[in-house]
Ligand binder design. Sequence first.
Ligand code: UDP
Ligand code: MN
Length: 332
Amino acid sequence: MSKSHRSSNIKLLRYVVVIVVILLCALLGIHLMESAPDAGALAGDTSAGLSVETRHLRAEIGRLKQLLAKNSIPNPYEYKENLPIIYAVTPTHSRPLQKAELTRISQTFLLVPNFHWIVVEDSMEKTPLVANLLAKSGIPYTHLNAGTPKEWKLLLNDPQWKKPRGVKQRNAALRWLRENADPARAAVLFFADDDNTYSLELFEEMRGTEKASVWPVGLVGGMVLERPLLDTDDKVVGWSTGWRPQRPFAIDMAGFAINLGLILENPQLEFSFDVPRGYQESTILAITTKEELEPKADKCTKVYVWHTRTENPKLPLKKNKQVDFPHPQFEV
Ligand code: UDP
Ligand code: MN
């Protein structure tokens, strides 16, 4: 095929993809307006209430967002003005499971409107594996890196809980937000570790967060679920947790969201290596009080996020065999 022929084909593809995205967004918009009781309907877009047709349209938008990214075409519908942005911060580190985990969660995030993914690699340099995955994801993103200092790095045979994880990476994301986020724009901050499972409902629950909101987390702390306990006025009064319930906020990192305005107004607030085990969440939530917390997920009765912690694959399967990780030829 001649060069000019190919470039006119690419132009045509761009044109077709942009038109289809515009049509689908318009269709989805009309459908949501029709089925919505009020203008803030998308904020209450609990997936249980969506029709089959709308779900199909949403899946189609996800597919088209990926197609645009693959062909390096900017998405003209990246941010809707009237919907708060969700900034999700994901610390991530190189290991055999990394690409599988990032692929899994990215394909959920792809379906969340007004979403910005801040991925912070625990490394001295950004890796091509993460850069390539983000570039093809179709999700608006920021790619950062911040290596954990040697003295805080987990050693190969250390138990997971021995040292705090994600501290430097989450702080790098806070710094980026303070330098780059528009304070006039409504936005919510959520810490989305790479090894959890997220349901789409979660994001629409957290989107309306005024200060800080909380909800149950499944499969965590040795429990089937951990959850905030509410009184008869639906205020948070305590925590159902199997572990250190005396913590000011006895909740997992995946169990809360904070209005970004609060983070921007409190520039000193950050995570620390110097807090007792299990107190990272309480360090950042010190920005608010238990009484002010906004319970989400149907008064904390629904589970929309799970601390799944995928089992590490046994590599190599047989002893005395070579482990090729990272693989010299393939991004696995
Ligand atoms: N993480 C990291 N560097 C590490 C270990 C973990 O950046 O050395 C990331 C990890 O990818 C995850 C987050 O920090 O997104 C929390 O770590 P992990 O899931 O291991 O902690 P846990 O599930 O025990 O809270
Ligand atoms: Mn985890």
